[in-house]
Write a protein that binds this ligand. Structure first.
Ligand code: SAM
Length: 209
């Protein structure tokens, strides 16, 4: 399977929007977590099966991964999880004004694609517009989680979020695990790979003020 797709190609300009939450979740008023770049979906499938008090939405630009993940949801009859195909930047922008402001509690960026070359930095998923749109969708107190094994990408993401002035760095110790979208500290596939190889993981949490 192709590992990288160019999110700025014309192919991803038109999106099929995220459906209204009451059409995709049994109880749309549960706290909502969005995982951006959800990959194979296994991480969210585990979370959704463990934590029935949350709803989970995975956004992923590789359609085949989304189709596979959706078929797993159907097999397991999971009612608090949904996957959407498309460029997350466009999908999130389309949600403005469509979510009840209290519902979106957290967003995660787990090991996003680094796009190392400078001329490709605009393909990185974290962009000022995306952080601004997330801020508009979130109530104050909402959290953004970032993780990466690439120091330079982590610094870029950290600066992009702090620059927005809607978010401040958040002390993990304040985050009572029962209120977290990932109370059992489950690992993503990339995270397991990184841990196995003893590589460094850079992570930070930000709170909407
Ligand atoms: C390195 S993988 C990490 C997958 C998973 N989060 C993990 O930690 O195992 C990055 C994922 O982000 C997806 N992705 C990259 N840019 C995206 C975008 N603009 N919108 C949605 N997904 C994107 C890629 O297709 C890929 O599945």
């Amino acid at each position: 399977m192709r590992q990288h797709v160019n999110p700025l190609s014309n192919f991803f300009k038109d999106i099929k929007p995220i459906p209204p939450l009451n059409e995709i979740f049994l109880d749309p008023d549960k706290p909502l977590h969005i995982d951006i770049g959800s990959g194979s979906g296994e991480f969210l499938i585990n979370l959704a099966m463990q934590n029935k008090y949350w709803n989970y939405l995975g956004l992923e630009i590789r359609e085949k991964l989304v189709l596979n993940a959706k078929s797993k949801i159907d097999q397991e009859s999971i009612e608090n999880l949904f996957f959407v195909f498309g460029n997350a930047n466009n999908l999130i922008e389309d949600c403005i004004g469509k979510f009840n402001k209290d519902v979106l509690k957290s967003v995660s960026f787990n090991f996003p694609d680094p796009w190392f070359k400078k001329r490709h930095h605009k393909r990185r998923v974290i962009q000022p517009e995306l952080i601004d749109n997330i801020s508009q969708l979130m109530t104050s107190g909402g959290l953004i989680y970032i993780k990466s094994d690439v120091a330079e990408l982590f610094t870029y993401m950290d600066l992009s979020i702090i620059k927005s002035s809607d978010f401040i760095s958040y002390n993990n110790k304040n985050n009572a695990s029962s209120r977290c979208y990932n109370p059992n500290n489950s690992k993503t596939n990339r995270e397991k790979y990184v841990i196995q190889r003893n590589l460094e993981i850079y992570e930070r949490i930000y709170q909407k003020i």
